[in-house]
Structure formats: structure tokens, C-alpha cells
Design a binder for this molecule. Structure first.
Ligand code: MG
Length: 385
């Protein structure tokens, strides 16, 4: 197996310190984006990288082992933050890729937070990790599109981070890889400044891994460089496996050949039975239309203010539909004047949801946004970077 990699990190155009950390060597690649005052972000990201690196010396062979190792790094950061009050509440994201050689070479991708691992294959860029962020939750719920999420004012809120709590949920994904694949690990400094389409363009314009990593950082800085940017590019060069043959796309469908002529329709004589049938069918149509309208009128949910200007979830259509008026599904104590501006707009414009659970999820995300707006200190569930 032959891999070639390049890696670089940059403080960016605005920040004074670089709190990102990375590691790149043979079968292990890591990017961590630290957060916390008094240089604590740097400590957290460095500690995450060092712990995972030390534990992976004899290779990573299973998802369980990888998950356990990332848990160890979480514990190391959490313990360090308890031991030193200047590092209290420090945390970091982590995205890490371990290469597992073999007959079917694969990569294991571990992720906590909103740093990303991408796969670039055949000119297409896909994400191998899923962000743990406020905006990704909104994308999952169908409330935001990925492009809206990329420029959302609350895109910096992560819903999972290393070192904040005694233990953390770690995602580990397994992907088969093949010759020609490029894998990119990066901090959010890249993805906040550069859309996926432009990342793909840079990846296709440069072949050398180090040159490519540097070119991506240049683009992030040219677009504003408002955060630290770290990029690791890993190229799978040698024929480490036979390329996987994708099943051929189905291009033609057999159309059944009609060999017999359909039976000719015959005109029936008008009869009383026919008239009765006509009226009963008509009645059924009217009744089912009313039922359908009722189902439609009651099928949606939306968010709005009640008469006391508190946030409430309503079932039905904003403003009502025909004679169906919306009813209160969930009443909250959230007052309009507590809400950040973007949430206030959503509530005032009656953002709609397809299900009650989707609306409930949005309510819990409002709480996160209020906490974030009120304070930049860490809480048990959210960290503003
Ligand atoms: Mg960052």
C-alpha cells in the first residue's frame, strides 16, 4: 500500500492564536480544533492529538478500538481541565482517520464535533463524517439546506465536543477505499470559508498532496480567513486493491409486450341502479374530499407567539385553513424578548414543520441558541467556538 499525504495549518487573517492541531503519518491522520480561554484551546487540541497518536502506535484495527482510544483522549482533556482552573471548560473537536490495510483496504473515520473528513473520488466530494453542530441538526430536520447551514450565524455552535464531559459519544465510520481516492481532513476554518464545490475544484486542480493542502488554506484566507484553518490531504496512490466494480446502472427497462387486445368496452344501458350508483359515488367523493381537507388542515405544525407573546407550537396551518383553526400543541415559557434575532424572525414568520417531533427538536435547539446568545462560556451540552 502506498499513501502520500500533505498537511498544513494556518492562523488565518483575523485570529491571534492558532488553536488547531493536526497529525499526519502513514496510517493515522488527525485534525483537532480547540476551544477555551487562556490558550486552553491549544492545550485541548494538542492533548487530543497526542493521546490518540500514542494509543495508535501499533495500529488501529477495529472501530471499537478506535472509539475507545478517542474516549481515552476525552478523559485526558476532561481530567486536565479539572486539574487546572485556567483550563476549566476547555474542549476540542476531533476528526481522525486510521487506514486499515488488507485485502479490502479500508479507512476508519472517528469524529466528535464539526471538523470534517471528506472523500474525493471521481471528481465528486462526499463527507465521510457527520458534523455535531446546531446547524447540522437543523439540516437533519430539513429546516435548513446545507448551503444555508454553511453561512448560518450559529454555525459555530457544536453539540458534541471532547473534554467537556466525563465521556463523549464518538462516531466511527468504516469506508472501503481504492486507488485514486483522496481523503481530506479539515477544521471548520476551511468549510466556513469555502463551499464544497470550490473545495472539489481545488482538489481537481492540484495533484500533489502538500500543494493541495496549501492551496485550500490559501483559498480559505482569500475568502476571509476568519478562523484557523487546518487541512490534511491523503492520496491513495498504489494499487492497494482491485478497484471495486460498481454494479452497472440499469439503463433499459423491459416493457411488457401486450399480445392480446384489451377487451372492448361495451356501453351499458342507463338504469336506476346506475343513477343510485352515481349519487352514492358522488356522496363518497364529497365526504372523502372533506376528510382529505381536514387531514390537510391538521397535518402541519408551526411555531408562533401566543396571546402573551410566549413561543408556542401549533398544530394546523398558520392563520387556519377553511373552518379548521390551529390548536396549541406545545406551550412554552420562552418570551419573545429573550430570543436571538434570527430565532425571533423564524417565530414571527411561523416556521412550519412536518411533524410534532420536528417542532420539538426545533424548540430544544432554540434553548441552545438562547444559551449561546446569553453566554460564551461552555455548558454541559453546547460549546460555542
Ligand atoms: Mg475552528
Amino acid at each position: 500500500m502506498k499513501l502520500k499525504w500533505g498537511a498544513t495549518t494556518d492562523v488565518g487573517m483575523v485570529r491571534q492564536q492558532n488553536e488547531d492541531a493536526y497529525f499526519a503519518e502513514e496510517n493515522l491522520y488527525i485534525v483537532a480544533d480547540g476551544m477555551g480561554g487562556h490558550n486552553a484551546g491549544e492545550v485541548a487540541s494538542a492533548l487530543a492529538v497526542a493521546t490518540v497518536r500514542a494509543g495508535a502506535k501499533s495500529g488501529i484495527h477495529s472501530t471499537e478500538q478506535f472509539r475507545e482510544l478517542v474516549q481515552q483522549a476525552n478523559t485526558a482533556i476532561y481530567t486536565a481541565s479539572l486539574d487546572d482552573s485556567t483550563q476549566s471548560g476547555m474542549g476540542t473537536t476531533l476528526t481522525a482517520m486510521a487506514v486499515v490495510p488488507g485485502e479490502e483496504p479500508k479507512v476508519l473515520v472517528a469524529n466528535v464535533g464539526d471538523s470534517r473528513t471528506y472523500l474525493f473520488r471521481g471528481g465528486a466530494l462526499t463527507r465521510l463524517s457527520i458534523d455535531h453542530s446546531y446547524v447540522q441538526e437543523l439540516v437533519n430536520e430539513g429546516i435548513l439546506t446545507p448551503e444555508e447551514a454553511r453561512v448560518h450565524p450559529r454555525r459555530n455552535i457544536v453539540t458534541r465536543a471532547m473534554g467537556i464531559e466525563r465521556s463523549v459519544m464518538v462516531d466511527v465510520f468504516t469506508h472501503l477505499v481504492r486507488t485514486g481516492d483522496r481523503i481530506v481532513l479539515c477544521s471548520d476554518g476551511l468549510v466556513d470559508e469555502v463551499p464544497d464545490t470550490d473545495i472539489a475544484m481545488v482538489l481537481s486542480q492540484h495533484s500533489d498532496a502538500q500543494e493541495t493542502a496549501e492551496a485550500l488554506v490559501l483559498v480559505a484566507n482569500a475568502n476571509g480567513g476568519r478562523d484557523n484553518t487546518t487541512v490534511v490531504v491523503v492520496d491513495i496512490l498504489d494499487d492497494i486493491s482491485e478497484p471495486v466494480d460498481l454494479p452497472e446502472a440499469e439503463t433499459t427497462k423491459e416493457i411488457p409486450v401486450v399480445t392480446e387486445a384489451p377487451p372492448a368496452t361495451t356501453k351499458k344501458k342507463k338504469s336506476v341502479v346506475g343513477v343510485v350508483l352515481f349519487w352514492s359515488v358522488l356522496t363518497a367523493i364529497v365526504l372523502s374530499s372533506v376528510t382529505i381537507l381536514g387531514v390537510y388542515a391538521r397535518s402541519g405544525y408551526f411555531i408562533g407567539f401566543d396571546s402573551s407573546e410566549n413561543v408556542a407550537v401549533y398544530r394546523g396551518r398558520p392563520g387556519g385553513f377553511l373552518w379548521f383553526q390551529p390548536t396549541v400543541d406545545t406551550q412554552t415559557e420562552l418570551a419573545g424578548d429573550e430570543l436571538p434575532e434570527d430565532i425571533l424572525r423564524d417565530v414571527a414568520l411561523n416556521r412550519t414543520f412536518t411533524s410534532s417531533s420536528q417542532a420539538q427538536k426545533y424548540l430544544s435547539l432554540i434553548q441552545i441558541a438562547i444559551v449561546d446568545a446569553a453566554t460564551t462560556t461552555t455548558t454541559s451540552t453546547t460549546v460555542a467556538k
